[in-house]
Write a protein that binds this ligand. Structure first.
Ligand SMILES: Cc1cc2nc3c(=O)[nH]c(=O)nc-3n(C[C@H](O)[C@H](O)[C@H](O)COP(=O)(O)O)c2cc1C
Length: 197
């Protein structure tokens, strides 16, 4: 039996993105964003949704660029802290002892300690209500060498990305391998009108 929880901003798990920007004064900042994900393959794009009150939103409007650094489980404390304090009043990179590295392709900093980095150029914004959706074109993806397989593919197990569980307000790390995508479906037997057991 399914129990209705009503209309809620909920899926069982979301990514945790550390959105990196330079503000108008050129100070680097980060904030975690859980409302976001990849939204186009060609051109490659990613969207995050931000409240208008975020210092980060102001910085993105000014510089028209941002980065997304993907934290691993070891960075849970730093990530959470960055969500409790605003860059308006505190240099979070400095407080947390994190390294602001200048983007190679966009005017925004990324977190040197994170295993996966995306550099994004602002392309679109969409007013949604409480949040503005910010769509960036992915100009580059960087993955730490030890998080690549021998075929140079990102190794999700090695990245050990932090994820977020809305409503329960928990961090979890990326789950274990289940099956290969676009492959396991081919082994499924078509059931037609058969009843599920
Ligand atoms: C796990 C987590 C996820 C968050 N996701 C979002 C989000 O998707 N959008 C948003 O506007 N704020 C989100 N926040 C809140 C901001 O990160 C927080 O208000 C932060 O202090 C803003 O920093 P800034 O003012 O320096 O931009 C989240 C906070 C946490 C801890």
């Amino acid at each position: 039996m399914l129990i209705s929880l009503g209309p809620q901003a909920f899926v069982p798990v979301t990514p945790v993105f550390l959105v990196g920007t330079y503000d108008e004064a050129g100070r680097p900042g980060i904030m975690p964003a859980a409302w976001g994900g990849v939204c186009s393959t060609q051109p490659p794009c990613l969207a995050v949704s931000l409240r208008r009150s975020r210092w980060t939103w102001r910085a993105i409007q000014h510089r028209r660029a941002f980065t997304v650094s993907i934290p691993d489980r070891a960075l849970a404390g730093e990530t959470d802290f960055a969500g409790l304090v605003s860059g308006r009043s505190e240099d979070k990179f400095r407080t947390l002892g994190l390294t602001p590295c200048a983007g190679d392709h966009v005017d925004a900093p990324y977190v040197g300690e994170c295993p996966v980095i995306l550099e994004l150029q602002l392309r679109h914004t969409l007013e949604l209500g409480s949040h503005v959706q910010v769509v960036g074109e992915i100009m580059d993806v960087k993955v730490r060498r030890d998080c690549l397989t021998s075929e140079k593919l990102p190794d999700a197990g090695a990245v050990d990305a932090l994820t977020y569980v809305p409503l329960a307000q928990e961090y979890r790390s990326t789950g274990e391998f289940v099956a290969r995508a676009f492959a396991v479906g081919k082994t499924v037997k078509r059931r037609g009108g058969e009843e599920r057991q």
